[in-house]
Design a protein around this ligand. Structure first.
Ligand code: ATR
Length: 297
């Protein structure tokens, strides 16, 4: 980090809790690499204090903020403007300072896309299975539709939530690319209905398997995993989930979500500082994140 002086710009994270975040590693390392006079710190914001936190940050000339659980939806009401895709997803994780207030973006979704591109995974024209229908699955479904996936099977334990997301994504995507609906909602236990004459990319977007419940997977039926050529788990703690292990057992490639975390941060940093991070610098930050996690894969 540069020496803190009269020109130092401040960015940070608001959420509750924020104590286990890896974001300071990402942003302070990038600032150091670029020789940029910027520091990034976490802010623990209590329930009921979100609007004053955002307003106060703006008044303090804070350059940009990340937003995490539980405020990604609520923060939209505190902004001057919201990026169209973030508005559709209904979740904002990055606030960029503009004249008169902050503009909200969803760099989680952009980060997922960049992470997939970095692993050579494409979405255009693909048939994709998304497991889950919470906030993360919702962003993944919008991403797949916006990148013109051929078909998305959206599987969730509670089918009503999958139906709701499918309807919204199909409505939004239908306007942009008229044609047959892209997202097909299903109950998790109906996975056998997915045609087995081809293989799929599967995005694991449930919270099942997250530390400390590392032995759990939302599906444990090997028939399901035989249909998967690539499994992308949005979970990064642990770095090998049961879902990933089961994909590999059936011969597929599997990835954890740490690169998504990296690139959501890189994208936020680029928006705040109006810059473009070179891939080698992003990968150097990734090295630090892996060190922090004690993993080498
Ligand atoms: P996030 O914001 O991380 O997506 P979330 O919105 O709480 O988190 O969503 C969690 C997802 O994991 C949901 O799809 C949830 O399924 P339900 O909608 O049926 O609740 C899924 N999930 C959590 N625990 C589960 C379990 N034990 N079995 C199956 N699905 C589970």
């Amino acid at each position: 980090m540069e020496r803190i002086d009269g020109h130092t710009r401040l960015c940070g994270l608001i959420g509750n809790p924020v104590e286990h975040t890896m974001s300071p590693v990402i942003h302070n390392t990038l600032a150091e690499k670029e020789g940029r006079n910027m520091v990034y710190v976490p802010f623990h914001v209590e329930q009921g204090q979100l609007a004053s936190a955002v307003e106060g940050a703006y008044a303090l000339n804070v350059l940009g903020l990340n937003v995490t659980v539980p405020y990604k939806g609520e923060v939209i009401g505190c902004l001057k403007e919201t990026d169209a895709m973030a508005g559709q997803i209904g979740a904002v994780n990055t606030l960029v300072r503009t004249k008169g207030g902050y503009k909200g973006y969803n760099t989680d979704m952009m980060g997922l896309y960049r992470a997939m591109c970095a692993e050579g995974i494409s979405l255009e024209g693909e048939e994709i299975i998304i497991l889950g229908a919470g906030g993360a699955a919702r962003a993944a479904a919008f991403l797949c539709a916006s990148k013109k996936a051929a078909k998305v099977y959206l599987l969730n334990r509670t089918s009503g939530k999958a139906e709701q997301i499918a309807e919204e994504v199909n409505r939004a995507a239908g306007k942009a690319y008229p044609g047959k609906p892209c997202v097909c909602p299903m109950r998790m236990d109906e996975h056998g209905k997915i045609p087995s004459d081809r293989k799929y990319l599967a995005i694991q977007a449930t919270s099942v398997g997250l530390y400390p419940n590392v032995e759990d997977a939302v599906l444990t039926d090997s028939d399901f995993y035989r249909k998967i050529h690539t499994g992308f788990d949005l979970i990064y703690r642990p770095s090998q989930t049961r879902f990933m292990a089961m994909v590999r057992e059936q011969g597929g490639r599997a990835f954890h979500g740490l690169k998504m975390l990296l690139y959501q941060g890189v994208t936020a940093y680029e928006l705040w500082n109006d810059t473009k991070i070179e891939e080698k610098d992003a990968l150097a930050v990734y090295g630090k994140m892996k060190e922090e996690m004690g993993i080498d894969e």
